[in-house]
Design a protein around this ligand. Structure first.
Ligand SMILES: *Cc1c(COP(=O)(O)O)cnc(C)c1O
Length: 469
């Protein structure tokens, strides 16, 4: 049923009582002549944009102001959109976004065009900025990652990707002829950086947990001892939540003859950069170790209505990279020009409210709930893995794409994952599991279709497919 319908005068009318359809991305067939059979795979048709979910923009009619028709129409669209957001927020498990926050106190600021363009530490001539909040947030992260106020430089980015683009750029500027090394399970933004900056990039193998394989790293380093090494170290990989062993990486570099002035390490902590400091036994990310930069996403574990992130590096590296821009009366050391001035205020607000203790509690809850769902999956005979320092539970990919999209799971090959964030409660996990069990009973009711084998992805010991149980 369509919520929008054409009335007799050709105008689109809005039916507020209609049930909002789930705004699922469309399933697209690869070939117009064949029936759509893409139940398993959502195909991306290159070179063809799909417009089926487009909300068209229409020119105002001359009499709109007097009739108020258009205002009413738009208000209706927004109200309906809000409903679908509430619904989609309820069924979200696959991406590492904390959807639980209350920033009501900040709504008074949305009327301002707050822009921190340029350097956070140098005021530009544009006065509507939030640098005082930004620097406060950066100082908090400097304390977390143990670097003195006058020794670091950093800024609030648009996202974790921008942090990676910046960290790797700093590495490249420090070592123009350096080779970039990154495990093959690194986030795609790392390889994007390599392409953008036209760097030599060597992919390093991984262990079954998803961690970088330092034996392979050594083998790849040794033939390139004449070139400096620029390294991306994962503090939580995207798919398996694996934490690279930073100490072993540094030790491997040293063993291969790389002195500290011959390598640069960027730590991609998009998700776990903010969870690890609160996990007992977890290896420490700190500037007391020979690392060059750390980045984290602000909208993931912290939770924020707009994407954002934090990037910190050593001030000495920034001097190599930046140039002065007269037009800004500032220094140009960021990737972007204009920068979201609202994001620092959101981060400032939530860091103040929760504090170290609050984050610690939330991390503990996430890890507990992640263990819970891993154990429940295994009890039900479903292959599942949870890395020790992680709240990312990897399990068998559901057979049916509809189910994947309903729960907004992220999938790769035979794997799917659930990422337990602070807004993911036991009740939500139970309702997910119950639905999965009902569906599995249908998918696998006769023996012809079997659950996938995950031994190659998560190890034999975590696989309970018919072959490995
Ligand atoms: C999410 C993620 C990124 C990218 O962060 P965005 O904020 O989505 O740009 C980078 N690295 C890892 C490991 C991630 O999980």
């Amino acid at each position: 049923m369509s919520v929008l319908s054409s009335s007799s005068n050709g105008k689109i009318t809005f039916d507020p009582t209609a049930v909002a359809p789930e705004p699922l991305p469309p399933v697209v067939a690869s070939d117009g002549d064949h029936a759509v059979t893409a139940t398993r795979e959502r195909q991306i048709v290159l070179g063809k944009n799909v417009h089926t979910t487009c909300l068209e923009i229409t020119e105002p009619e001359v009499d709109d102001e007097s009739t108020g028709d258009k205002d009413a129409f738009m208000a209706g669209v927004l109200a309906r959109y809000r409903k679908t957001l509430i619904e989609r927020t309820k069924h979200h498990l696959g991406y590492p976004y904390n959807l639980d926050f209350d920033y009501g106190a900040l709504s008074q600021l949305q009327h301002f065009s707050i822009n921190n363009l340029g350097d956070p530490f140098i005021e530009s001539n544009y006065g509507v900025h939030s640098r005082q909040f930004e620097v406060g947030v950066l100082d908090w992260f400097a304390r977390l990652w143990e670097i003195e106020q006058n020794e670091y430089w950093g800024y609030i980015t648009n996202c974790g990707t921008e942090g990676n683009l910046h960290g790797i750029l700093v590495g490249r500027e420090v070592f123009p002829d350096g080779i970039l090394y990154a495990s093959r399970e690194s986030h795609y933004s790392v390889f994007k950086a390599a392409r953008m900056y036209r760097m030599d990039c060597v992919k390093v193998g991984t262990l079954v947990t998803g961690e970088i394989d330092c034996a392979d790293f050594k083998a790849k380093l040794l033939p390139n001892k004449d070139k400096p090494a620029i390294l991306n170290v994962n503090i939580g990989t995207t798919v398996k939540g694996a934490v690279d062993d930073l100490d072993l990486v540094i030790q491997t570099l040293e063993e291969c003859g790389f002195s500290h002035d011959r390598f640069y390490i960027h730590c991609d902590g998009a998700l776990f950069g903010l969870m690890m400091p609160f996990v007992k036994r977890a290896p420490k990310v700190t500037f007391k170790k020979p690392i060059g930069s750390v980045s984290v996403s602000g909208h993931k574990f912290v939770g924020c209505p707009m994407p954002c992130g934090v990037q910190l590096t050593r001030i000495e590296h920034i001097n190599a990279l930046s140039s002065n821009v007269e037009y800004l009366a500032s220094r140009d050391a960021t990737i972007m020009g204009s920068r979201n001035g609202h994001a620092p205020i959101f981060l400032w607000y939530t860091l103040n409210k929760k504090g170290y203790k609050g984050f610690q509690k939330e991390v503990q809850k996430c890890l507990r709930n992640a263990h819970y769902i891993r154990d429940r999956l295994r009890e039900e005979g479903i292959s599942a893995m949870l890395n020790e320092l992680s709240s990312t539970v990897v399990f068998e990919r559901p057979l049916d794409e509809e189910f994947v999209r309903r729960w907004q799971l992220a999938c790769e090959g035979n794997m799917a994952h659930v990422i337990v964030m602070p807004n993911v409660t036991i009740e939500k996990l139970d309702s997910f599991l119950n639905e999965l069990l009902l569906k599995r009973a249908i998918w696998y009711k006769d023996e012809k279709v079997r659950p996938p084998c995950l031994a190659a992805d998560i190890g034999k010991e975590n696989c309970v497919c018919p072959l490995h149980k």
